[in-house]
Design a protein around this ligand. Structure first.
Ligand code: AMP
Ligand code: MG
Length: 421
């Protein structure tokens, strides 16, 4: 691969050869420079944000040994080896209302799930394992119980000083719970990326406009708005740009002053009305690639000042595929998300043969489903013309055939990338 094709080709001097997808992705990730700023937010505002620091557990969680079941806290030394034993019930321990005293030999304390194990006790007999009436005093227990059973030991979940959550982790429901369990009410996070989105093309109209001959509705902006906000970025929708050089140039220059990233769709091929490439060439650095990706090419990446620029193809399916394969990892890196080598994938048998040209990555819209015998299989959504946007909605995953892969046969294992929503 000729590296000079990757960096700064002249506009309209788009390299003839195709760039392998993996090479384009590596090149984009290498070229990113922005270090995300950090902020502290309240716990309830932290959902979807990315942790900016490793967080250590300030104390053990749970803070004390506590009961895993409703029952009776006993001393393990009192457990009978044979036969039965009576234990006097000395009191009750509730979650949040501990028993204030010591469990003496020959006695026990009624205990509810989550209540602190009282001093002296180290074992919980589940109430349904009491012999006879569990409301009686004394209660009777039999042999066969294990010392330490039904008890959640102090620090079992988190031990004080452990790195519990690492910088670069996205805060989801589980992380919010872990943060609360550690008593964090302010959370260090990276600032949200400010992303501006434009569509380009004289043929585009908003969905509420009745179309004259030759016009179409803009569907890339709604798609990009959703994809960008799903990633936790703050979004500015800057509308539709006409195919006019000065207008495109001025809009991009202005958006670059107060955004971290600009994403456009359309206008990055080499047609006479493709002004985005030319404008970027004047404003900053731009690489335009014909990516060996179906669907997907062309694709542009560049920078205006400190603002990263991604120019996606016009075709809506190609927008979704290039976003998934190239923009998504780049936004993750810019936002401070810990790098993942490759998006989550697994292999499933494909119930049909797939045609594949070697020398390009091919992404099929596909459906994974459960067979009658319970195993998972995958099949394509059918025709893969890049104009078929509805098939993206029918799909629940992509099948990705790598650059050097050949056509597949029925039943062959293929790489599947599940959709996250
Ligand atoms: P372009 O690269 O600008 O020539 O666009 C390629 C194809 O995608 C053309 O058929 C455009 O009409 C179509 N296209 C471009 N932008 C959009 C959009 N925002 N929504 C729907 N189709 C689009
Ligand atoms: Mg266009």
């Amino acid at each position: 691969m000729n590296q000079s094709n990757l960096t700064k080709p002249d506009c309209f001097d788009v390299p003839e050869e195709l760039t392998a997808l993996s090479l384009a992705r590596a090149h984009i990730l290498d070229a990113l420079t922005v270090r995300p700023a950090t902020a502290k937010v309240n716990l309830h505002e932290a959902h979807g944000r990315i942790l900016a620091q490793n967080l250590l557990a300030p104390a053990d969680v749970p803070p004390v040994n506590n009961a895993a079941m409703d029952g009776f806290a006993v001393r393990s030394a009192d457990l009978p080896e044979h036969g039965e034993r009576s234990l006097a019930v000395a009191g009750i321990a509730l979650a949040g209302k501990p028993f204030d005293g010591n469990v003496e030999s020959g006695s026990c304390v009624r205990i509810m799930t989550g209540a602190a194990i009282p001093d002296g006790a180290d074992t919980v007999i589940a109430q349904e394992h009491v012999i006879g009436d569990m409301e009686a005093n004394p209660i009777v227990i039999d042999a066969g119980h294990k010392a330490g059973q039904n008890m959640r030991p102090r620090g079992e979940d988190l031990a004080a000083g452990d790195v519990v959550l690492k910088a670069g982790k996205r805060i989801g429901a589980a992380e919010l719970g872990v943060l609360s369990s550690m008593g964090f009410d302010r959370v260090p996070v990276f600032e949200q990326l400010r992303v501006a989105v434009f569509s380009t093309g004289d043929e585009l109209r908003e969905p509420d406009v009745t179309l004259d001959h030759g016009l179409i509705h803009d569907c890339n902006r709604p798609i990009l708005r959703a994809l960008v906000t799903q990633l936790g970025c703050s979004l500015t929708d800057l509308g539709i740009l006409p195919d006019q050089y000065e207008v495109v140039r001025d809009a991009l220059a202005e958006a670059a002053t107060d955004h971290d990233v600009i994403i456009t769709s359309g206008g990055v091929s080499t047609g006479v009305a493709d002004y985005v490439t030319r404008a970027l060439q004047e404003l900053g650095d731009l690489g335009v690639w014909r990516i060996a990706l179906r669907p997907g090419r062309p694709f542009a990446h560049g920078r205006i000042g400190a603002c990263e620029f991604f120019g996606l193809p016009g075709n809506p399916v190609a927008v979704m595929v290039t976003f998934d394969q190239l923009v998504n990892p780049a936004l993750g890196t810019l936002a401070g998300l810990s790098p993942v080598d490759s998006p989550f994938r697994f292999r499933l048998p494909c119930t049909e043969a797939l045609r594949k040209k070697t020398g390009r990555t091919e992404v099929y819209r596909a459906i994974m489903y459960r067979e009658a015998n319970g195993t998972l299989s995958v099949k394509s959504t059918g025709k893969q013309s890049s104009g078929l946007l509805k098939s993206m909605s029918d799909a629940n995953c992509f099948i990705l055939l790598e650059h050097d892969d050949e056509s597949t046969s029925v039943g062959q294992l293929v790489d599947v990338i599940p959709f996250s929503d």
